[in-house]
Design a protein around this ligand. Structure first.
Ligand SMILES: Nc1ncnc2c1ncn2[C@@H]1O[C@H](COP(=O)(O)OP(=O)(O)O)[C@@H](O)[C@H]1O
Ligand SMILES: [Mg+2]
Length: 140
């Protein structure tokens, strides 16, 4: 892949009916390109958790997939309300999900810790205007 690949997907807040569709699309693209299945698995887990976080916790935004010769990048940019305490949010089991969301089976507080575990690099920047999560996965 010399030229690289880039595609953006929009994610709508509260759209549980579409939950998992963007990460499923990303998985298909990575398969078509011929990425190692073990790497696809890690990217898929991280992308799914990031997608769900945008649906559940944010006002919505965009997820962008970029692939170059050595790495896969996923950028999640939403329009708020931001993460109040990132250090807290990174802790296993920490969740601000409402009882209603928990009734739907979400809000175990394992999303961000699993994103960290499955990515090679993770950066979060957040303020009330939005959250930017950058993930990098090494291909080789
Ligand atoms: N994109 C986001 N916008 C606002 N808050 C977020 C976002 N992503 C995560 N959070 C906050 O971080 C917490 C922990 O996220 P996570 O580990 O995925 O657990 P869960 O989604 O199960 O609550 C969430 O409960 C929420 O408060
Ligand atoms: Mg989550």
């Amino acid at each position: 892949m010399s030229s690289g690949y880039k595609e953006s997907f929009s994610i709508v807040a509260g759209d549980f009916a579409s939950a998992g569709e963007v990460s499923a699309r990303i998985k298909i693209i990575l398969r078509m390109i011929g990425i190692d299945p073990a790497i696809i698995r890690r990217v898929s887990i991280a992308a799914y958790e990031a997608e769900l976080n945008m649906i559940i916790h944010s006002f919505g935004g965009e997820m962008t997939l970029k692939i170059d010769s050595g790495s896969i990048h996923i950028d999640c940019v939403d329009t708020g309300p931001g993460i109040e305490d990132i250090e807290m949010a990174m802790k296993e089991g920490f969740s601000t999900a409402s009882p209603d969301i928990q009734m739907m089976g979400f809000g175990a507080g394992m999303g961000l810790p699993n994103i960290k575990k499955n990515s090679d690099e993770m950066e979060i920047r957040s303020d009330p205007g939005g959250t930017h999560l950058h993930l990098k996965f090494n291909i080789v």
